[in-house]
Design a protein around this ligand. Structure first.
Ligand code: PLP
Length: 477
């Protein structure tokens, strides 16, 4: 396929608009010394070029996309229409409160629903991403200890099955990270936790379900241990689609939680945003929350700020369009839809896991939540076929590869998250693809290193592609 610059021919263009009938004004400031070299193409050429590019892309619209941990869940386009309504899309955050009553009501309602779903008392919609929410939540924990005059609590306990952003956020927030190992079943090692928790513990950060897709059965013992040591409990709720409407972090002993609206609540994930990582907390932390507090005052909704707030973590109240989509989604699935979504996410993951169990070894033998992890280590030892080889071969079956080599605590990991929206037929077809790949691998292990066979680009140097992407056209002069 040619690059758009290679398709360019001098003088070729599309013209719809007449020349302006007002005189052109020469700006005083003219930093550009040379004429801008844009590709020159006809309209049809441009259309075909980008349509061809789009067809080369594997997306959730094109087929099964079981990317564990961070997958695209359900993002119906109808929510985009809601977010694009002029009353939402054309307002300015500096408008007076009286002129944005609908927007403030959207924020207030979304906060109320998210508080109810998480079992928290207050929510800040300000953080713009999951990791940003973690950072914010940790600053709440820090502010709490500081307000009590307890300066010695400098450590955050992070189980090794936590999402990678957890230790990074704790370090960013100025804490020392203490790694808590998992036991053989993939759960937090309670004895190790008890040993680590003490007077220097600021809190615990727990990803639940953890990154191997398991719900920790000792969750209450875990949060109790940390509370008894004087620390607070932080819940990474990015993948709340596994539990929402069934259990609530607030009821399990957690004090702070973040959610990823751009995973569980109907905004597409990936591609760089915009996202939203609201933070919820118990009442005793409410006064530290960043962002705006919407309160009713004299029949009008007004924007205020929490008393002892930690400060703003970004401009204005939220990535508002994402909040509108989350509310539209919640209203469309309704009270019954919230637990049904979780039930289907868990059912789909367990169905596929059980179809694959006899073929691929699972990292942990337990009922999974919204995702499961297999290990290709035995196959690699036996015939040299790796998790990467199997993941790449899935592309030949029209399936986007699952998450590879994550979590780090499982060797040759493939992490599969089907999501709540897939049909049984899709899951069966995926199981069949996994089976056929294994058969291919056993028949001829060597050819597996050359898969996929059906894509234009087959095995790029992934490190180089990520670290040194070529995004600038070289005119050669
Ligand atoms: C995706 C994810 C995050 C990070 O969210 P970002 O919006 O990418 O910063 C944190 N924790 C878990 C469990 C996640 O899946």
């Amino acid at each position: 396929m040619k690059l758009i610059f290679e398709e360019s021919a001098a003088g070729r263009h599309t013209e719809y608009l007449p020349e302006p009938d007002i005189p052109a004004v020469e700006p005083d400031f003219r930093p550009r010394q040379k004429k801008l070299r844009l590709p020159e193409l006809s309209e049809v050429q441009v259309d075909r070029h980008y349509t061809a590019l789009a067809k080369e892309t594997r997306g959730v619209n094109g087929g099964f996309y079981p990317l564990g941990s961070c997958t695209m869940k359900y993002n119906p386009p109808v929510n985009e229409a809601a977010a694009a309504l002029p009353g939402f899309a054309s307002v300015h955050p500096l408008q007076p409160d009286e002129t944005v009553q609908g927007c403030l009501e959207v924020m207030r309602q979304t906060e109320a629903y998210l508080a109810e779903i998480t079992g928290m008392d207050a929510i800040s919609l300000q953080p713009a991403a999951g990791a940003h929410g973690e950072f914010t939540g940790l600053l709440l924990i820090k502010a709490y200890h500081r307000a009590k005059g307890d300066a010695g609590r400098t450590k955050i306990l992070v189980p090794d099955s936590a999402h990678g952003t957890n230790p990074a956020s704790a370090a960013m927030a100025g804490f020392e990270v203490v790694n808590i190992p998992s036991d053989a079943d993939g759960y937090v090692d309670l004895e190790e936790l008890k040993k680590a928790a003490g007077p220097d513990t600021a809190g615990l950060m727990l990803t639940n379900p953890n990154t191997v897709g398991l719900f920790d059965p000792n969750i209450e013992a875990i949060t109790r241990t940390v509370h008894e040591a004087g620390g607070l409990n932080y819940y990474d709720g990015a993948n709340l689609n596994a539990i929402m409407g069934i259990v609530r972090p607030g009821d399990m002993g957690f004090d702070v939680v973040h959610l990823n609206l751009h995973k569980t609540f109907a905004t597409p994930h990936g591609g760089g945003g915009p996202g939203s990582g609201p933070v919820g907390c118990k009442a005793f932390l409410r006064g530290f929350l960043p962002g705006i507090r919407v309160e009713e005052n004299g029949g009008l909704l007004r924007r205020g700020e929490a008393a002892a707030r930690i400060g703003d973590v970004r401009s204005f109240g939220s990535n508002f369009g994402v909040v509108v989509k989350a509310l539209a989604y919640l209203l469309s699935i309704g009270r019954e839809g919230v637990p049904r979504t979780a039930a289907n996410a868990v059912l789909n993951a367990n169905y596929l896991m059980n179809r694959l169990k006899g073929l691929y070894p699972m990292a942990f033998d337990a009922t999974c939540m919204h995702e499961f992890v297999m290990t290709l280590e035995p196959l690699k030892q036996e015939i040299g076929v790796s998790a990467m080889d199997v993941a790449k071969a899935l592309l030949d079956y029209g399936i986007h590869p699952p998450t590879m080599y994550f979590p780090l605590i499982v060797h040759e990991a493939l992490m599969v998250e089907p999501t709540e929206t897939e049909t049984r037929e899709t899951l069966d077809a995926a199981a069949e693809a996994f089976r056929a790949i294994l058969e291919d691998a056993r028949r001829d292990p060597e050819q597996m290193h050359g898969r996929p066979l059906t894509t234009r680009i087959r095995r790029p140097d992934e490190v180089k592609a990520a670290r040194k992407p070529v995004v600038r056209y070289d005119f050669g002069d």
